[in-house]
Ligand binder design. Structure first.
Ligand SMILES: NC(=O)c1ccc[n+]([C@@H]2O[C@H](COP(=O)([O-])OP(=O)(O)OC[C@H]3O[C@@H](n4cnc5c(N)ncnc54)[C@H](OP(=O)(O)O)[C@@H]3O)[C@@H](O)[C@H]2O)c1
Length: 207
């Protein structure tokens, strides 16, 4: 698959490296793609650094959204209308102390943060994944053949569900389906499965 990484920091950088190693084509992007040269150098496989606009224009099979939550509005404003109906895997979390008032408003609303992102991007193909697992665990706990760590995910339609499950499984994690985006409350900050790096059976008991 061709995968556009929107936000190539702790989460986007580590996932992009794993996916490249798994044989996917990776477009790392951020507002400063020139600062992603080391990341590209460290990546085994097919990867390059591009601007956020170039990543969207590349018509990737899937996009990972891994920016601070407060960047969602701006990115959607710039790109959503034109590039709607892409598969977007949303790994973001709203933290008011980092993201400000808009994150507090989303937390206080009756919508999950994943539903907020799906609405902003105007796509029916949003999945939520990798927001519950610490970046260091993404780095260190991938590629297991046994005792795999489960990664919960939710999805809006069959395409986003299949893509997210594949991309979790391809790097040695175990995909555990949590339901559609309305079901992602348990994946939100400090909720049932947040921060839990567990085998699938144990994770399911918390859901
Ligand atoms: N760290 C974790 O353990 C963890 C775990 C689960 C989920 N998350 C969530 O995942 C998201 C990313 O976290 P992180 O720790 O990976 O953050 P990070 O290391 O700070 O990386 C964020 C990336 O987003 C880019 N970025 C920021 N604003 C942008 C914009 N407007 N347009 C395009 N790119 C932008 C940054 O690069 P530029 O500033 O150069 O653009 C950087 O590459 C957050 O929502 C976080 O809550 C984090």
């Amino acid at each position: 698959m061709k995968i556009g990484i929107i936000g190539s920091g702790n989460i986007g950088g580590n996932l992009g490296k794993h996916w490249a190693k798994a044989g996917h084509e990776i477009l790392f992007s951020s507002r400063h793609p020139d600062q992603l040269k080391d990341l590209v150098r460290e990546t085994e496989g097919n990867a390059k650094a591009v601007s956020v606009a170039e990543a969207w224009e590349a018509n990737a099979d899937a996009y990972l959204l891994a920016t601070p939550f407060n960047a969602v509005d701006k990115i959607a404003e710039l790109y959503a209308g034109e590039y709607k109906n892409k598969v977007i895997i949303d790994a973001t979390n709203p933290y008011p102390e980092r993201d400000g008032q808009m994150a507090q408003e989303v937390r206080d609303s009756n919508r999950n943060s994943s539903e907020y992102v799906a609405t902003r991007f105007n796509t029916a193909r949003t999945a939520k994944a990798f927001n519950t697992i610490h970046a260091q665990h993404i780095k260190d706990m991938a590629w297991r053949n046994v005792d795999k760590v489960a990664v919960p995910f939710a999805a809006q339609d069959e395409t986003s569900k299949n893509v997210a499950a594949q991309l979790i499984g391809d790097i040695g994690f175990e995909p555990v389906y949590a339901g559609d985006l309305a079901e992602t409350t348990k994946m939100e900050v400090d909720q049932e499965v947040y921060g839990k790096s567990l085998p699938a059976q144990e994770l399911r008991q918390l859901m």
